[in-house]
Design a protein around this ligand. Structure first.
Ligand code: WT7
Length: 637
């Protein structure tokens, strides 16, 4: 039995049992099975969730880029490591072999050093999805600098906040970026941000769109200035297991963004292991995760997880609807993608469009489909399964968080029998617990509660940059000796987990606990509905009542809205029960979303209660314009 690559359900159960009976032995064997360690660990794990203080593989020395790149050069140096697909399909794709990736990462690493970057320095990377983004990430790791990637869709204020919070010494950005038929002036945004970022000494600029940019002399440098003369060899910095590898900001429910700190050895072992099992990686596979590297999904399953396994990973610069709604499927066909990993919101938006966009292309290369980021509703799941997977590709509904570093709950393809909308079973080494409000663990099956983890796994974040107290308060103080995820979940009769959504999205109506996700699921089953979000609002008799914000498919737009409302409630009554019927329904052309595609229920909650004055900061939304529309319409509902 190999711990490393699970092949059937019985094996999963065996490995899982072992992983919880003797976690240290389990994770020691995983770490020994591959990877290049410059020095082995003295101790596999020490932990204390009270402090909290979590250490994996302490005493070990390594460099993660030797594991992502150098280790592969001899056996598979000519293999394609990175396929880059540009925004515009008429521009040529790029194929970087492991050897070429090594060359470019080393050059970049030497340039960072030349510009004064040393081990432990923070480097902010604000780049579009071009190869230099992955290269910059790896170059930082090569020399022990801590990368902080900021999604290139963020505003100058958001960028400045993040640079300031971790006092980055350098910014790597580009003249601009392409996004569909738009170009974005990244350098302009960066200049604006840098007005309030005194810690930045140098700006390294990648040329992408060829626009005229103003260089601030002494501060701004084109990458090309240094490229030719930079050496192609760069000795990797020897890192301690618990040296920080990167900071990645995630928004909290309140306050400023939290700089989650991930460290070297544990993150490496965990992303490598989960990539291999969840995507059942095989040597000839072409793995495409559609996320941006600006999110944890991109860090773990575009860059680190795939490269640690010597895989071929696809990086896509553009958007799903440019030049048309068939772009994803065109790319799958063009590069013969085997694993396709995307978000439910993308699936729903593509499912709204004609199937002709799908059927124009061959999807026969696909073996496994994945989703991540939010609960997937049943209708979207079936659309994905039927039209993309053609009923023959297992779907992995992967539950995890920025804080967890890698996937925690997910089916293992061909091993775990699937049930739509269930993330199913914990991966080996992952010990979930469901707790009631009093903090009692709910044992057995058929229970629902707050999702916690009662034992550390190697990929867990170690702290919040500069604010360990907040780390403790946010994740380790709600329940004693537990990492609290902020999510609710149920465990069904066979022990499968279904994530019911953030626990702050639970609404109590007439004393009944109603999760918003299942109701949204039900509404989305209505043939005229594209997407929906449910929030609660105060009600004299019921305590709370439900308010549904609904967007319609094109076919629904022409329908009588009063009839539609009745039908939607009828659907809910059928799927869940009359208790879950909506008191108010508002039809809008879109729902307010974060740039990562999450519906901002906070704003909808305010609107539902008629509290228009204090909507908070809506400038970071993907589509701030719909807020105005929804406010106006809400006055009539
Ligand atoms: C939150 C974490 C980790 C990847 C991207 C999101 C929700 C994530 C699922 C899923 C239901 C999910 C949770 C979680 N979430 N995956 N498969 N099913 N919900 O990272 O921005 O840190 O968000 O996303 O609510 O807590 P993130």
């Amino acid at each position: 039995m190999s711990n490393y690559h699970i092949k059937h359900l019985e094996e999963y159960f065996q490995v899982y049992r072992k992983s919880v009976t003797n976690p240290e032995l389990f994770w020691e064997e995983i770490a020994e099975e591959r990877f290049l360690w410059r020095k082995k660990w003295d101790r596999v794990l020490s932990w204390d969730f009270e402090k909290p203080d979590i250490r994996w593989y302490e005493g070990a020395k390594l460099n993660i880029t030797e594991n992502c790149i150098d280790r592969h050069l001899l056996p598979i140096g000519d293999k394609t490591a990175l396929i880059w697909e540009p925004n515009d399909p008429s521009e040529a794709a790029q194929y970087l072999s492991y050897r070429e990736l090594a060359r470019r990462v080393n050059k970049m690493a030497n340039i960072l050093k030349k510009l004064g970057i040393r081990k432990g320095d923070r480097v902010c990377i604000y780049l579009p999805m071009i190869p230099e983004l992955a290269i910059a990430v790896l170059a930082c790791a090569r020399i022990g600098a801590i990368h902080s990637v900021v999604f290139a869709g963020f505003s100058s204020v958001a960028l400045a906040t993040r640079i300031q919070d971790s006092s980055c010494k350098m910014l790597i950005t580009s003249d601009g970026s392409y996004r569909g038929n738009k170009t974005i002036d990244l350098k302009g945004i960066a200049d604006e941000a840098l007005k309030s970022c005194p810690s930045i000494e140098n700006v390294l600029l990648v040329k992408r769109i060829g626009s005229e940019v103003q260089l601030q002399s002494g501060r701004d440098h084109w990458l090309t200035e240094f490229w030719e003369e930079a050496a192609e060899e760069c000795t990797p910095e020897l890192m301690e297991a618990e040296d920080p590898l990167f900071i990645l900001y995630t928004s909290g429910s309140t306050g400023k963004p939290k700089g989650m700190v991930h460290t070297t050895a544990g993150y490496m072992v965990y992303t490598a292991y989960t990539f291999r099992n969840v995507f059942q990686y095989k040597d000839e596979d072409i793995h495409w995760c559609t996320a941006d590297i600006g999110w944890i999904t991109g860090h773990s399953y575009i860059v680190y997880g795939p490269l640690l396994n010597g895989a071929t990973t696809v990086m896509f610069e553009g958007v799903p609807n440019y030049p048309d709604f068939g772009r994803f499927w065109e790319i799958v066909d063009k590069h013969r993608v085997t694993q396709f990993y995307t978000a439910p919101t993308a699936i729903r938006s593509l499912a709204k469009e004609s199937l002709d966009y799908v059927n124009k292309y061959s999807l026969s290369s696909l073996k496994i489909l994945g989703t991540v980021g939010e609960p997937i509703n049943e209708e979207a799941w079936h659309w994905y399964n039927d039209n993309i997977g053609k009923g023959r590709c297992p779907i992995v509904d992967t539950w995890w968080q920025t804080e967890t570093g890698g996937i925690l709950i997910s089916p293992i393809p061909w091993s775990t029998p699937n049930i739509p909308t269930y993330a199913t079973l914990p991966l080996p080494g992952v010990q979930p617990a469901l707790l009631d409000d009093e903090g009692h663990e709910l044992k057995g099956n058929n229970v629902q509660g707050k999702l916690c983890l009662k034992y550390p796994w190697p990929g867990i974040a170690r702290t919040i940059w500069g604010d360990h107290q907040r780390f403790k308060d946010t994740y380790f103080s709600t329940f004693k000796n537990m990492y609290f995820t902020g999510d609710g979940a149920l465990r069904n009769d066979v022990g499968y987990y279904r994530i019911t959504g953030r626990v702050d999205d639970v609404i109590i109506v007439s004393g009944h606990n109603l999760g918003t996700a299942p109701i949204e699921d039900a509404i989305n089953e209505h043939p005229a509905v594209a997407e929906s979000a449910i929030v609660g609002f105060p009600h004299d008799i019921k305590g709370n009542a439900l308010y549904g914000f609904v967007t319609l498919k094109e076919s629904g737009e022409s329908r009588d809205h009063n009839n539609l409302k009745k039908e939607i409630n009828q659907t809910i009554a059928e799927k869940i029960g009359s208790i879950a019927k909506l008191d108010k329904i508002l039809f809008a052309s879109g729902l307010p979303k974060t740039r990562s595609g999450k519906i901002m229920r906070r704003i909808l909650r305010k609107i539902a209660t008629g509290d228009y004055a204090d909507l908070g900061d809506i400038s970071t939304l993907l589509n701030p314009e719909v807020v105005e529309e929804i406010i106006e319409k809400s006055k009539e509902v």
